[in-house]
Design a binder for this molecule. Structure first.
Ligand SMILES: Cc1ncc(COP(=O)(O)O)c(C=O)c1O
Length: 393
């Protein structure tokens, strides 16, 4: 199908399909095979010299995985994608593919906890330095960049405080210095934000979250307009580190993608109501949601996103004990580290997803102990609000 002829919801169902499925099946098969057979050594030569894009071995490629990659590439306006066994496999492989000993990576100070660990602990073992600064202060970002900086990496909206980074402005700073920009687009999903259109070099997702949408897959994906980079990432990193997605997970993600637009619209509608409710509640000190007009990043979010998503963070009066009480007392909302599912999920970043951050850094970066994060689900919004209201006491 010609991508330019269709809109997001249509592409999420059809993009990347090459002709009819075997036996005219509506759904693509799951190619549950580790290896592929060749007709002859001549066939081997054609495939291994990339003259043919036939398959070799599922750690390198597989038709079900390729369909997922092509669909994701279409949804993010890229020219190619690589699927991974998890979001972290995608993130670590991308960083290792772009950095060499002696280089440094500049990251936003608020990052998903495991990403922070890769940047601060694992890369350091290979003599790759890092600098963490608040990207909402662009002067601070400019100040820490030096001639060894090869990558600028951030999430927007950020996990867990929903801060919004001005993608275009960061890209301008990076391009002037020939630095690659990588954006983790997990919270927005490709439905609400397409960083490649704003000049970003590489966009990646924990596909475990909204792309899956049903809490039954762990997966990751990286997309870029640079096809040479995608080839390198696939064959020199994904294939060699071995963080391959399983064909079954690729198939489940293709199923999840069919309803991504539909789900995101409802997630967001529910989140707006929940955020407004929280904003008016007397024991809530601060609500962090890009869709609230009084939120710091609101105007940038409005500019660079087509919607505000469904992740909310808030701080309660009464400190950590009160935050614990709130998440322990909900009946409908469940306590879990993940997000983007049909079920409403809550968590305490301090005790859960961001536990790996040293306490003094949590303080410096404004990740407070009384912060509660909610992934607003698809249940009836009145039930969600009633549940939170009851738990706030
Ligand atoms: C923003 C973000 N990026 C990356 C990851 C890691 O993804 P995965 O758990 O699929 O490895 C997460 C996980 O929560 C996340 O929230």
């Amino acid at each position: 199908m010609e991508k330019k002829d269709y809109k997001f919801d249509t592409l999420a169902i059809h993009a990347g399909a090459e002709g009819k499925n075997p036996h005219n099946a509506l759904n693509p098969p799951i190619f549950q095979t580790s290896t592929f057979v060749f007709d002859s050594i001549e066939h081997v030569d054609r495939v291994m010299s990339f003259e043919s894009d036939d398959y070799v071995y599922t750690r390198g490629n597989n038709p079900t995985i390729r369909l997922f990659e092509n669909r994701m590439s279409a949804l993010e306006n890229g020219n190619g994608a690589v699927a991974f066994s998890s979001g972290m496999a995608a993130i670590s492989s991308t960083l290792f593919s772009l950095l060499e000993p002696g280089d440094n990576v500049v990251v936003n100070s608020t990052l998903y906890g495991s990403t922070f660990t890769v940047v601060t602990k694992l890369l350091a073992k290979y003599h790759v330095d890092y600098k963490a600064v608040d990207f909402t202060k662009l002067e601070a970002l400019e100040q820490v960049i030096d001639d060894k900086t090869k990558v600028i990496y951030f999430e927007t909206p950020c996990n867990p405080n929903l801060e919004i980074i001005d993608i275009k402005k960061v890209v301008d700073i990076a391009k002037a210095r020939n630095i690659r920009v990588v954006v983790d687009n997990t919270f927005a999903s490709p439905y609400f934000q397409n960083p490649l259109d704003l000049g970003v070099d590489i966009v990646l997702h924990s596909a475990t979250k909204y792309i899956c949408g049903h809490g039954d897959v762990v997966g990751g994906v990286v997309i870029s307009k640079d096809t040479q980079y995608i080839q390198k990432l696939k064959f020199d990193y994904m294939c060699e580190f071995g963080g391959v997605m399983s064909p079954f997970n690729a198939w489940l993600l293709l199923r999840g993608l069919k309803t991504l637009g539909l789900r995101m619209r409802q997630h967001e509608q529910n989140a707006i109501d929940v955020a407004k409710f929280l904003d008016n509640h007397n024991i809530i000190k601060r609500v962090m949601y890009p869709g609230l007009k009084n939120f710091k990043g609101h105007s940038i979010a409005k500019e660079q996103m087509s919607g505000f998503g469904a992740m909310i963070a808030f701080e309660v009066e009464g400190g950590y004990e009160k935050a614990v009480e709130v998440v322990n007392n909900t009946k409908l909302a469940q306590l879990a580290v993940s997000l983007g599912d049909c079920e409403t999920l809550t968590e305490l970043p301090f005790a859960m997803t961001h536990r790996g951050y040293p306490e003094e850094l949590l303080k410096e970066f404004g990740l407070t102990k009384n912060m509660v994060r909610i992934s607003v689900g698809l249940e009836n919004v009145e039930d969600i609000i009633e549940d939170i209201n009851r738990s706030l006491g």
